[in-house]
Structures are given as structure tokens and as C-alpha cells.
Design a protein around this ligand. Structure first.
Ligand SMILES: Cc1ncc(COP(=O)(O)O)c(C=O)c1O
Length: 365
């Protein structure tokens, strides 16, 4: 029953992201990191069919795959755990909006191939962790197809925005991917951990993960069901899908749509309040994450002093981060669906007050 609920959800999420529901396969994972790791394993198995049996020893050429400097760092870990090593991870340049440059990707693939390397996968982000940037998914799909690469989209956080009609356009091209990472424990507010790996290649998970044993039950052998341990990295595991199913049963898709719309509107409101208060907005995204700073201030110590005051006030939690090509910024991400206008406005006020205090004492020092 639990496995059937998960299978039903895998098809449903496949459909939501533009895959053919009946053709979608997948597995629930502990989170986005495991889903990304699964993507790497399936990509390498698809490209090098001997990999499951003979491992990296059997590979004819050094395999490499492509991420952007803004991609989630779980791909570095996954490369290590797969036996490829982090040297196999190639970082593609980003443009001014921090989106992966499809032109640079093409050039790198051409150069690497000429150097005797074997490109096998490219990863696009549909909502980067740092700045909510959505890569040009269609352009990357085209480059992946032209070069015979597995195309993975890491939509762990941002993917939920594609459920809303007015934001769907940002995700055009995601439906052409070979696999997708999604985390229900992020924007869908399902309790941790509820990651999902999806693919439109039926059988690839089995080729990657299946192990035959004499001691596992065979009762299901004759039935048309998928045995979870045969197509995932885990063996015994929780029924991860149940809480996702119950959340969807309680809120429904319309419930999630209204939450996503609301949180996006709160992000827009915070952005405009900060702009009005004279802050510089440093990222471009439709998602509710705002990277900003007092105009022209690129001193991390000043930004950290502002953050300390805000966090110590006990009223809001924000952080600092670095943006490629832009330097240090303050970062506020709306992660709670109960966030209302009074909270965003209060945060903008706090930022304004504490910035004045910190900058004032800097001036006096
Ligand atoms: C884009 C992205 N991918 C992957 C992950 C990793 O997900 P998890 O922490 O659920 O393993 C995150 C986490 O923040 C993320 O933002």
C-alpha cells in the first residue's frame, strides 16, 4: 500500500513537471542531496552501461559533468561518493544574472571532448539555493541533446513555483530533462525529509540500483509493482511518500497554489520595501529570496554586523552570502507560508534601523 502511494505520487509529480505521467519513474529520497546523487548514478549508468558492474575502472575515458558555480554543492559530494572525484565536476560560467551560460557550456564540452574527456551529464538549477536563479532550461536542454548528455534539473526548492500558471513559463524546457530533483520538504512544507528523484527513462533506476538476493521476499515478483529497494539507494526505509500524500490530500493542489502565490507576493513586497528604503537589490528571480545590501556597501563585516543585530532582535532571521561577480550581500528567504505583509514590512524596518546604527558607528569609528 505504502509503495503504491509512492508510485502514484511519482507519476503525479512527473505529470506536474511536464513528463508523461505513465512514463515517469522515480524514487523518494531523504532529500535533494540523495536525489542529486541518484541522478548522477543514473546518468553515468545510462552513458556507460558497464558502470554498475565494473565501476569507474571500466570507463574508457575520463568522465566529466557540468554544473554552474551556483549549483548546489551536493554534486561535489555525489561525485566523490560515485568514485569519480570532484575533479570530474566542471563549473560552467554564469552570466550577469547568475544563470548558466549555454554558450560557455557548449564551448567547454567541445574543448573537453577534444582533450580526450567524456562529457556525460549537465545539471541545470531551477531555483539556486543562494539567489533563486533559474537557469535557461530550454537552451541547456538544446545543448544537452546536441551533445548526447543526460540532462538533470535540480528543482529541489524552486520546482514548486512551476505549479502556478503565471510562473510556469520560467520552467519551460524542464519537461525535456532526463531527470529532476524535487524536495517536498522545502516549499511544500512537508516534514523533513521528503526528496524526490524523477526520470522519464523507465528501467534506468533498476539498471542502476537492482541487486538480486535470495533472502528478500519474492511475493511481488509476478505482480506489476515496483519494489522500492530495487530502484533506490536505500534498502529499509521510511514510507517517505505518505506524508507528502497526506499533505496534498489536506491542502490539495489549489491549496499549494495559493500558498506559493502568497509567498511569492511576500517576496515581491519585501523586495520593493527594501528598494524604497534605499537598498540595492542584487539578484533577479521570481522566487521569494532577496539578496540586497545598503547601496554600494561591499564590506562583509558591516553586513555581518547588521545580520547579528537583526538575529539578536529575535524578530527575523536573515544571513549574509557571496554572489559571484557581485561580492557580499544580505539574504532573506521567505520559507514560512504564514509570513504576512506585517512581517516583511517589519523586516524592512529592522534592516533600515540596524543599517543606520551600524553605518553610524562605522562613521564614528
Ligand atoms: C537547489 C538545491 N538542491 C539540493 C539541495 C539539497 O537538498 P537536501 O538538503 O534536502 O538534501 C538543496 C538544499 O538546500 C537545494 O537548495
Amino acid at each position: 500500500m505504502a509503495a503504491e502511494i509512492e508510485n502514484h505520487l511519482i507519476s503525479t509529480f512527473g505529470g506536474l513537471f511536464g513528463y508523461d505521467e505513465a512514463g515517469t519513474e522515480g524514487t523518494f529520497t531523504s532529500g535533494g542531496a540523495e536525489a542529486n546523487h541518484t541522478a548522477l548514478l543514473t546518468a553515468i549508468t545510462a552513458h556507460f552501461p558497464d558502470f554498475p558492474e565494473h565501476g569507474v575502472r571500466s570507463l574508457p575515458r575520463q568522465p566529466v559533468f557540468y554544473v554552474s558555480s551556483q549549483s548546489h554543492h551536493s554534486f561535489l559530494k555525489a561525485a566523490r561518493f560515485c568514485g569519480l572525484g570532484t575533479g570530474a565536476v566542471r563549473h560552467v560560467e554564469v552570466d550577469k544574472q547568475l544563470r548558466m551560460s549555454a554558450g560557455s557550456l557548449s564551448d567547454m564540452i567541445r574543448r573537453d571532448t577534444a582533450d580526450g574527456l567524456e562529457p556525460f551529464m549537465v545539471v541545470a538549477s531551477a531555483g539556486t539555493t543562494n539567489a533563486g536563479v533559474i537557469d535557461p532550461l530550454q537552451q541547456i536542454a538544446d545543448v544537452a541533446r546536441a551533445n548526447g548528455l543526460w540532462y538533470h534539473v535540480d528543482a529541489a526548492w524552486g520546482g514548486a513555483a512551476s505549479f502556478v500558471s503565471e510562473l510556469k513559463g520560467y520552467f519551460a524546457g524542464m519537461e525535456q530533462s532526463d531527470s529532476i530533483t524535487f524536495d517536498a520538504h522545502k516549499w511544500m512544507s512537508v516534514p523533513m525529509g521528503a526528496g524526490i528523484y524523477l526520470t522519464r527513462h523507465r528501467g534506468i533506476l533498476n539498471r542502476t540500483c537492482a541487486i538480486e538476493t535470495s533472502y528478500m521476499p519474492k511475493d511481488a515478483a509476478g505482480l506489476d509493482i515496483r519494489d522500492p529497494y530495487m530502484h533506490s539507494m536505500q534498502w529499509s526505509r521510511r514510507s517517505i511518500g505518505l506524508k507528502v500524500f497526506m499533505s496534498l490530500a489536506a491542502a490539495g493542489k489549489p491549496g499549494y497554489e495559493s500558498v506559493i502565490r502568497h509567498m511569492t507576493a511576500m517576496g515581491d513586497r519585501l523586495r520593493s520595501r527594501l528598494e524604497l528604503a534605499g537598498f540595492e537589490i542584487c539578484n533577479e528571480t521570481p522566487l521569494p529570496v532577496v539578496c540586497f545590501r545598503p547601496t554600494g556597501v561591499r564590506d562583509m563585516q558591516i553586513l555581518q554586523a547588521i545580520v547579528r543585530k537583526i538575529v539578536n532582535s529575535g524578530q527575523a532571521w536573515i544571513s549574509t552570502t557571496q554572489l559571484d561577480g557581485q561580492g557580499p550581500v544580505l539574504r532573506a528567504c521567505i520559507t514560512n507560508f504564514r509570513t504576512e505583509a506585517e512581517h516583511t514590512d517589519r523586516l524592512a524596518e529592522l534592516v533600515k534601523t540596524y543599517t543606520a546604527e551600524v553605518m553610524g558607528s562605522e562613521g564614528q569609528g
